[in-house]
Write a protein that binds this ligand. Structure first.
Ligand SMILES: N[C@@H](CCC(=O)N[C@@H](CS)C(=O)NCC(=O)O)C(=O)O
Length: 259
């Protein structure tokens, strides 16, 4: 049996899949793809243009290709049932799937927009997200490409100023919603479920940015994220002061110590 995971370094849905594979105790090989060229590569190899994507070869040599976090989580639960990413009891399972669906939607997109909004303004920080990864380009090419790649990715992900300002204004509400999932026991159990992984992977990415970390870290959702992704386990860092200060006012107001 062999598993190859196609991924972009730093990508939150990709980190969610790596964590799921680790929880299942599965070995896998990591294959870096480069944005935005990965769109075509993924489309040709898997049928759709996004990462994460998995090529799974079973003991008989049969190859299965699975794309998107949601499909991969389900495939992993059927391959290795324990620990479960989806609870067995139907009512509990429905609640986890509802939270997973929410986290895989606009919330995951906000994750990308806020990241590219930062990296467009601080392109060299992009390189910190691939520390230790086997990027198939020399370091000087990665460095030279960072600025155009960040600009293209920001545009493709619609990380324009107006949208990003709106995302930042809505961020506290999203954090409240996640803390509510924890209080209701939908996420935050002993072993992470699919919704934990989706949500924590996005929060972990946000916490790599100094301007966002404080608003998240002290909350229950920040503590849960650190339990699933301990500090230093994933790479990447963007220093503070990158986005205009007035854009961050709603985020600062949501910071527990500021209340
Ligand atoms: N929601 C899907 C989509 C993942 C996704 O959009 N991945 C980004 C990288 S973080 C991507 O490959 N984007 C390329 C595109 O949208 O064309 C999932 O969780 O698998």
């Amino acid at each position: 049996m062999s598993i190859r995971v196609y991924y972009i370094p730093g990508s939150h849905p990709c980190n969610a899949v790596f964590k799921a594979l680790d929880l299942k105790g599965l070995d896998y090989k990591k294959v870096v793809v480069i944005p935005p060229a990965h769109r075509l590569q993924m489309k040709l190899m898997f049928g759709s243009r996004t990462v994460p994507a998995i090529k799974y070869t079973d003991a008989s040599g049969t190859v299965e290709k699975v794309q998107t976090t949601r499909a991969i989580f389900r495939m992993l639960d059927s391959l290795v049932p324990e620990p479960r990413l989806f609870p067995a009891a139907q009512a509990e399972r429905d609640r986890v799937i509802a939270a997973e669906t929410w986290a895989d939607g606009n919330f995951q997109d906000v994750g990308r927009r806020l990241t590219w909004a930062h990296l467009r303004r601080s392109p060299q920080a992009m390189l910190s997200y691939s520390t230790g990864d086997r990027v198939p380009l020399p370091a000087f090419v990665q460095s030279a490409a960072a600025k155009p790649v960040a600009a293209i990715q920001a545009a493709l992900n619609k990380a324009d100023d107006e949208r990003v300002r709106r995302d930042l204004a809505e961020l506290p509400e999203m954090l409240d919603k996640i803390d509510g999932y924890i209080a209701d026991g939908v996420i935050g159990g002993e072993s992470p479920n699919a919704a934990d992984l989706q949500i924590a992977a996005t929060l972990n990415l946000w916490m790599s940015m100094d301007d966002l970390r404080d608003a998240i870290e002290q909350r229950p959702c920040g503590q849960l994220t650190r339990r699933i992704f301990p500090a230093g386990e994933t790479h990447g860092h963007v220093q503070g002061g990158i986005l205009p200060a007035d854009w961050l006012a709603p985020v600062r107001q949501a910071t527990p110590s500021a209340v």
